[in-house]
Design a protein. Sequence first.
Length: 470
Amino acid sequence: MEINELIVKLKRNDNPDWKQFHNIFIEEKLKEIQYTPKTEQALYLFNKVTSLIIDYIMKTQRNVQIETDLGIYLRDHWVHCYIKTHCIEVFDTSQIHLYAKKDDLKHKLQEITNSIPNEVYQKIVDSLPKWNEEFKTVCRENVRQIEAIIFGKFDPRYDILYHYLEQKIELMKFLCYGERGATASKLKALGFPFEKRITAPESITRNGITFISDPIPNDWIIRCNNFTIEKGRWPRGKMIFNIANFGISPHQNLPAETILEIDRSIPQWIEEVKTIQHKLRKLYKIKQISECTAIALAKKHMRELGCEYQLKKHLLEIKLLYNRKFSIPLPINNVDALKRTLARIPQCVDAVNSVPGEYCVKNHTRSKTTDKKVDNKKDNCKADGIPFEITSEKIKGEKDGIPFELTLEEIIVRLSKNRELTRQFESLTMDEIAQVCDEVPAYIDAIYSIPSNFRIHPVLSGDKWVKEEV
């Protein structure tokens, strides 16, 4: 498993955290199972159920063994699936809405059930201890790099203390997976004050009838040096850490030694938060200044060129001839790169506008192929002394290294930078087709001169163009 690939995937998330990184790691490990569900719905259900089984085992820290086949049943428009385990009779792992007509669900449900062998889940359960030990090693060896990604995407406009502490405890949770969770007696043995509480009965009145709940005698609170741990009615079986006026639920019982380590680390983490918050806010102000500078330069350049344009955050769109437009991402964090991008606009506008409206320029390519396929039915013609061979099917080939496709309806030229140039042949005479073939190289050169970050799109009806007055 290539760790750098996992880190790249984490970077693509808008709000990365340790839980996402663990999911990415497990997804890669699941590929080793070498099982491919037969349908898209089966694939979705397989991924959903396996992730929930893994999450369940992580929470309970028990050696779960599957006793019977995966059970799936239908109720209304929801699919429920469960597994029978040693530790509990039935565990409801998911409720998945199929967004389909009720009459079609039973057939789809049976198809999904038959598609997933129970041996796959057992193999996952058996592999989890090894996977999680490997995950611990990955976390320890790459903690600085991963935390830089997680903390670097915090929104500096808000107080990041809660999220910072939450992620620190989340990492602790993964690093102590498999260890025995703390009990009240173990926490008392660490020397922290322990208070046993009895939750007072609650009085609820419905439809004129008053219900009084029984008192719960198992509530307790432990006051550590830097936070408190509460075990109460909601949620049962979980501990809530009250740190700096924030409530954080680790979602599992951490070992007593880990809780002690967290308590000792809190003051240092709070100081780290202050440093990170200051740095993020400084970068945010610099980014705001860069954005304002980029927008001002772009508007000034559009006024000098006299182009119609629209700005969508960091995306500059310029209206071209023949119902086309440019979409150009502005490099707002680099003034020199921004100026170079803006300086190229006039040449690129002229290049695209030089291609007549009869030609369509697209920013994607069809399936690439260089094989030539010619039907036996041929219609041999001549135009201005140039022989043409027209077939009823496609002619695919390559000319001067440029793939092309020729049919009775159009010519398609596949270009670099994920572009293609097309021209319809409908209603054209053979002389006009010959002229098109003569013109195409010049238009290819024009499109080749456009940088890849200048995306060419058709104008949309919802575009709102503005033009700066000189």
